[in-house]
Design a protein around this ligand. Structure first.
Ligand SMILES: [Zn+2]
Ligand SMILES: [Zn+2]
Length: 410
């Protein structure tokens, strides 16, 4: 097998791994092999190992049996985080190992000794910030203000209590079992930073992704110009090379150029291939996340919810929703409300139990009570995403989230 092929396979495996770890939990891969591999890497492998342990030792695994297991178990959520740190640091060390004494050269001036530390610091600082930033943890103190800010749409979100935290769940929030908190406008739990991505830190998450694109582009740029200089020094760029087999000087095509570079500068070639592949995957992920959040006005978590809702409606299911109309009541609405006033909650409950679903929908249709107008949703076209405020407002919410709500004020 040629060296080139081995490199290509190696790059495909690494970028495939990055792709699975980024997109695995995504709705578009629900039920596919991508989701299954992601599950296996993050949870399944450990489960199988524990099962195997039980079969071999005929007892349940206890982390206290062995100090190494204890440490490994304690840090089980940090493996991908460690993987990120090792590939980024490994790549940087590898680059300096092969490039440091070749800089500056005729293409890359001494200015790069100033730029390199800045770019490297950028990834580590943004990684650290993304890891430790508050995603928007909901506490007893701020839950009321958050419920006031994140209004229920009575489609995806209605009044509910978190079983674990024991307080109300504001709309758009989700409990994260890894972090152990309810998170405001929860997007997803990111295994790379081992932190939730939510209302307060979505911007830092994006910054971290961008920092990876910056260092990858810069690394490719440096590597390519280092290789060009090498090509100059071995006379490769003149366009002709001595062919051992034909014993003649022959013109060098693109493929030959690459193959010669692979044998002359294997580390830089591997770096360019790896960085190139990760640029594509991470750019795709940034594009996807930005499209979802800024253009569609939804979180990754909500995308799954909208998908399930559409499925149910397409299967012919219907459900009753309510919209707040209190502020824009018309005379006719008031009249309606007067009629419905006699219905106490208990009354409605009893009727709910007695009547069949379609009768219930008829009963609720157009009804106005306590400032809410009830209506039945029958198709996905009836549904509006009230959280999509338009591109500019969505963007503003990402870049400048209202931190005051988390202090318990509004
Ligand atoms: Zn919770
Ligand atoms: Zn989390």
């Amino acid at each position: 097998m040629s060296v080139l092929l081995i490199f290509v396979i190696y790059i495909l495996i690494i970028s495939g791994f990055i792709f699975i770890m980024l997109f695995g939990p995504n709705e578009m891969f629900r039920g596919t092999i991508i989701e299954k591999i992601h599950w296996f890497i993050t949870e399944g492998a450990l489960e199988y190992i524990l099962k195997l342990y039980r079969i071999i030792f005929r007892k349940d695994f206890s982390v206290n049996d062995n100090i190494i297991f204890k440490i490994l178990y304690k840090f089980r959520h940090r493996y991908v985080q460690t993987f990120y740190l090792s590939i980024s640091t490994g790549g940087i060390i590898l680059f300096f190992y092969t490039a440091l004494d070749r800089l500056p050269n005729q293409y890359l001036g001494p200015i790069h000794f100033l730029i390199m530390p800045v770019v490297i610091a950028f990834i580590y600082v943004s990684f650290y910030v993304a890891c430790v930033s508050d995603p928007g943890i909901i506490t007893k103190e701020n839950v009321d203000a958050l419920c006031e800010h994140f209004k229920y749409d009575h489609i995806l979100y209605s009044e509910r209590t978190c079983e674990t935290c024991k307080f109300k769940k504001p709309a758009r929030s989700k409990h994260c079992s890894t972090c152990g908190h309810c998170i405001a406008k929860s997007d997803h739990h990111c295994v790379w930073i081992n932190n939730c991505v939510g209302y307060l830190n979505f911007r830092y998450f994006l910054l971290f992704l961008i920092s990876n694109i910056v260092i990858s582009l810069y690394g490719c740029y440096l590597s390519i110009y280092l290789m060009r200089a090498k090509g100059d020094s071995i006379g490769l760029n003149s366009g002709y090379a001595f062919n051992r087999y034909t014993r003649r000087y022959e013109k060098i095509g693109f493929k030959e150029y690459i193959l010669i570079m692979f044998s002359e500068d294997p580390i830089l070639c591997a770096l360019v291939l790896f960085l190139g592949a990760s640029i594509l995957v991470v750019l795709g992920f940034i594009g996807y996340q930005s499209y979802l959040t800024i253009i569609s006005g939804m979180t990754t978590n909500e995308l799954a919810k909208w998908g399930r809702l559409e499925d149910r409606l397409n299967k012919g299911e219907t459900f009753v929703t309510k919209t707040y109309v209190g502020d824009q009541e018309t005379e006719e609405n008031k009249e309606n409300e007067k009629i419905n006033k006699n219905d106490t909650n208990d009354n409605i409950k009893q009727r709910k139990e007695k009547e069949s679903k379609s009768e219930m929908e008829e009963f609720y249709e157009g009804m106005i009570k306590n400032g809410y107008r009830y209506s039945t949703i029958r198709s996905f076209d009836d549904v509006t995403n009230i959280y999509n405020q338009g591109i500019l407002s969505n963007l503003k919410e990402v870049v400048f989230p209202n931190e005051k709500i988390f202090e318990g004020k509004n």
